[in-house]
Structures are given as C-alpha cells and as structure tokens.
Write a protein that binds this ligand. Structure first.
Ligand code: B12
Ligand code: SF4
Length: 457
C-alpha cells in the first residue's frame, strides 16, 4: 500500500516500497481519457473498469493515476465546473473542429476534460512509466483515446500501452488501429498480466478508490450481466450470465469509498431491481446501518416494472435520492419489437410507488428513446405527454447504434457503423430523423419539464 503526494502539481499515487523480493515494481500509469462529443456532463461518471484493474495491481506496482474527467483535480477547480446538490457538474470544455462525419450536425463539437498540455507536462515531469493503461467507455469517444496514445508515444516512448473497456471490446478491430500495444477484449485480462509480468490476485480486490485524493462521487455494482434481451443493447451480445456479486465484495467496495469521504454513489448495474430479495435488499439493509449521509443514484435506469411499493420504500429509506426509470416508449408495438421492457401503466405504478414512499417528482425521471430506427411506431410525443402527466421529468435517451446488436445492424442502411463516430447519440438521431424533428422534440421536452418544475431546473 502507499500514500498520496502532490508532486509538481500532479497527484501521484506512490507505493511506499518499490522493490519486492529483489524485483523492481513496474511503474504503471492508468489514464481515463478526455471526451470528444457535442455535449458531456459529469453525471456521476467514474472509470470503473480502469479502477477495477488498478485494484488488482494494488501492492504489485507503482501506480499513478490521471483522470482527465476528475472535476476535483486542482487543475479543474474554479474553471466553471460547478456542481449540483448531488455532485453532478460540468467538465472543463473547449470547442474543437468537427470531424468530417459530423459536418451535417448543426452543433458545436467539443473536447471535455483537463487540458492536453497539462497531461503532457505531467508525463514530462514523471520519472517515466513502463506501462500505460488506458480506459475506454463510449465507442464514439475514441478521439480522446487517440489523443492520450499520441501524447504517451511523444513524451514517454518507452512505455507499453494497453487499452481496455467497452470501446476496446465492441469495436475491437477499430481499437487496434489507434496504436496501443495491446487491446483487451472483454473481461479476460490474461494478455495484460502476461505483458506486464505480474500475476492476477486470487482474492477479490476492491477498485482503486484510493487513487482519488478527494473522492466525493463513487460508483458501485451489485450484479454482473443482464437477464433481459433488448434489441438495441449490447448486454445480450456480450452474453455474460446474470449474477449477483458477493455481498462481502460489495461491502468492501463501499467501505473503501466511505473512507475516502464519498457523498454520492451511482449504481452502474444493468438490472439493479432483478431478484431484489437476494441482491438489492441485503445491500440496502447494509446501507441503512453503515451508509448514513450517503446519497444513492440510478443514472443507468431502473426497470419500472420491478419497482413495487416495497422496493420503493426500501430504496428511499436507504438514501436513494434520484430515480431514473427506463420508459423508452408508450407504444405496445415498439415494446414488442425491442424487448417488451415496460408498458405505460407500469411506469405509472412505479411513479405512484416512489411518490408514496416519499420521493419528489422533481427527482424522478423517465428516459425516453429518441432517434431509434423504429421511431415510426414509437409514438414519441404521446409517450412524452404520458410521462409528463405523471408529474415527473422526461429525459431523452438518444439512440446510439451499436454494431452486433439487432437495432444497431438495422442502421447500416443510414450510416457506416464500422466508423464508431457514427454511433454518437447526438448525431445518429439527427441523421435518421432530421434536425427539425429533433429540435421539435427537444423543445417540447424542455417546455414540458419547465411547465411542471419551472425554468431554473
Ligand atoms: C454505467 C453506464 C453508463 C453511465 C456512465 C458511463 C461512463 N462514462 O462511465 C451513464 C448512465 C452516464 C451512461 C450513459 C450512457 N450510456 Co452507458 N453504460 C453504462 C454501463 C452500464 C456500464 C459501463 C461501466 O462502466 N461498466 C463497469 C466496468 C467495470 O465494466 P466493463 O467495461 O465490463 O469492464 C471490464 C472490462 O471491459 C475490462 N476493462 C474495462 N475498462 C478497462 C480499462 C483497462 C485499462 C483495461 C486493461 C481493462 C478494462 O476489465 C473490466 C473488469 O473485468 C454500460 C453497459 C455495460 N454493462 O457495460 C453502458 C453502455 C456503455 N452505455 C451505453 C449507452 C448507449 C449510453 C448512452 C448513449 C445512453 C443514452 N442514450 O443516453 C449514454 C451516453 C452518455 C454520453 N454522454 O454520451 C452503451 C454503449 C454505447 C456506445 N456506443 O458506446 C452501453 C454498452 C450499454 C448498451 N446499451 O449496450 N452509461
Ligand atoms: S437495455 Fe437494459 S434491460 Fe435491456 S438488455 Fe440492455 S441492460 Fe438489459
């Protein structure tokens, strides 16, 4: 284990010893890249994949961490990155040139995160790294990874670069063109262990939360995989069996975050409410006992169908403060064709349950899909008005076509989905439906939300 030090203006995680049994510990840098997109907001974002890998390297390597998206980093504070009551907030941003793929999108394209020069100075000030591990999430954010790889090659030419995460998995061939030495596919980290010459620990290691000197926001999962099969989603393609994580591992994750002063925790589960007696309820009981003052959030959406009054009471009692519900559409035909996740009266019952458990309408949001290739049968406006009438917020879940998914494959006739930029959730809906329609729905959404909750929200 080690301690934190502030060196040359950069936070570095240093292990207190660097020689183990006559062997020098490898110097490993872990990077969460900047985002290139039309918009980005810190909606409780944490690079959980990279932190999981950092946890496994704990005590075997000299670890240094660089998170371009850490709004609490000394180089980010006071840069118009204000936060709301639950820790969400804006990133540092800068307008950049739009790639050719986006020329028809009438919006500014931006880079979000700490400035590139800061990272370059950081690399130059460091004593050299043997390995650099780079995180990826959204496929269409790969320009940020490209930037990181170029900076590492330029300033730290001896380092071997390993790329992992969702983009590296779903767009594996594309990811191999970015210049990393190794691209990890899925959760099998064996090639990485071989490259860095270390062994995967046998016992569970919590994510490397200690790499944040000032945590504030954390994320957690209680489960792996998803038991459902929605046609727009990658989970069924990945085929990971749904399973609960052992409660003692989840508790270890929580305790580690608690020690670092966490105030807000977002669930990153795909199906948080599935089999609640076995999975969610024991965690909520644990939180009631150990989690006083910690707010829970569900940005990845909960299944309204599974949100009974009992579930609602328990989540509210355990400190859940914001409630995002997958709604997608009021259309039975759309539901049938995409996986039958929910019908409208199930959304209404979930909202009723939450409100009678004490949740405020302003903290309940229905995600509705926009720009899906089956938009014709989706009844978008009717769905919006239905959710609005329940006294809750509406937020669009803009469609991102993912290769290999049935709905993503349907989009090949509109865009080249082998180019990951075309998966951008702000771009595909515009290409598919046209800017005027998108603008109409977005204005309607804002107006409906403002009618109930006022302008400032
Ligand atoms: C949490 C989550 C979110 C969060 C935060 C995402 C974030 N930036 O961190 C929120 C709710 C904000 C979100 C938003 C969206 N999301 Co999302 N999200 C997820 C989710 C559920 C988990 C991602 C995660 O962090 N997992 C945790 C890690 C631990 O799991 P893992 O990746 O499997 O990690 C293992 C390996 O990959 C590997 N690994 C991972 N990282 C690394 C790094 C290194 C260095 C190495 C070596 C290995 C490695 O090792 C890990 C351990 O085994 C995934 C689905 C899923 N289950 O993966 C969708 C997913 C990534 N999201 C998706 C989508 C569609 C969206 C939205 C577009 C939805 C919408 N329409 O609004 C938005 C986009 C937001 C934006 N601004 O563009 C898609 C991907 C789309 C795409 N084109 O890339 C996914 C795959 C879901 C799906 N529908 O299929 N999302
Ligand atoms: S959209 Fe959600 S419920 Fe449907 S398969 Fe994907 S993760 Fe599961």
């Amino acid at each position: 284990m080690g301690d934190w030090s502030l060196s040359s203006g950069f936070y570095m995680r240093r292990n207190t010893g660097n020689v183990k049994m006559g062997k020098t510990w490898p110097k490993i840098l872990i990077v969460n890249p900047p985002i290139y997109d039309f918009s980005a907001y810190d909606f409780w974002l944490r690079p959980l994949g990279a932190l999981a890998v950092a946890g496994m390297l704990r005590g075997q390597a000299q670890l240094t961490f660089y998170d371009f998206l850490d709004r609490r980093h000394p180089a980010a504070v006071n840069k118009n990155t204000e936060k709301d009551a639950f820790g969400r907030g804006r990133f540092i941003e800068q307008q950049v040139e739009k790639p050719a793929a986006f020329k028809m999108i009438p919006r500014y394209y931006k880079r979000f995160g700490l400035p590139g020069e800061h990272f370059e100075q950081f690399l130059q000030a460091g004593s050299g790294f043997d390995f650099v591990l780079v995180q990826s999430v959204m496929t269409y954010w790969y320009p940020g990874i490209k930037e990181v790889i170029a900076a590492v090659r330029q300033n730290c030419p001896q380092a071997k670069i390993v790329l992992g995460g969702f983009y590296a998995t779903a767009c594996h061939s594309h990811a191999q063109t970015l210049g990393a030495d190794l691209v990890i596919c899925g959760s099998d980290l064996k090639p990485m262990w071989e490259m860095i010459g270390l062994t995967e620990p046998k016992a569970y290691c919590p994510p490397g939360w200690e790499l944040y000197p000032n945590l504030g926001t954390g994320v957690i999962t209680l489960t792996r995989g998803c038991p459902f099969k929605c046609s727009y989603c990658y989970a069924p393609v990945r085929g990971e069996r749904f399973a609960a994580r052992p409660m003692e591992d989840v508790a270890a994750d929580f305790e580690m975050m608690k020690k670092r002063g966490v105030r807000n925790i977002a669930f990153y589960d795909d199906a948080l409410l599935y089999q609640p007696e076995k999975i969610l309820f024991p965690f909520l009981d644990y939180m009631q006992e150990h989690g006083a003052g910690v707010n829970l959030h569900t940005p990845n959406a909960m299944h309204a169908r599974l949100l009974t009054l009992d579930v609602a009471r328990r989540v509210v009692q355990a400190g859940m403060k914001t409630f995002y519900l997958g709604y997608e559409s009021a259309s039975a035909e759309f539901q049938k064709q995409t996986g039958a996740k929910l019908v409208s009266n199930e959304l209404a019952s979930a909202v009723d349950a939450l409100k009678s458990a004490g949740a405020a309408g302003t903290n309940i949001t229905a995600y509705e899909m926009l720009g899906h290739p089956l938009a014709d049968v989706q009844a978008i406006e009717e769905s919006m008005r239905f959710a609005h009438a329940l006294g809750i917020r509406i937020m669009f879940s803009e469609f991102s076509p993912i290769p290999g998914t049935p709905d993503g494959e349907l989009c090949r006739k509109y865009v080249d989905i082998d180019e990951p930029l075309n998966h951008n959730k702000s771009a595909f809906p515009v290409v598919f439906m046209g800017w005027q329609k998108i603008k109409y729905y977005k204005t309607l959404c804002r107006t409906l939300n403002e009618t109930t909750f006022g302008k400032s929200n």
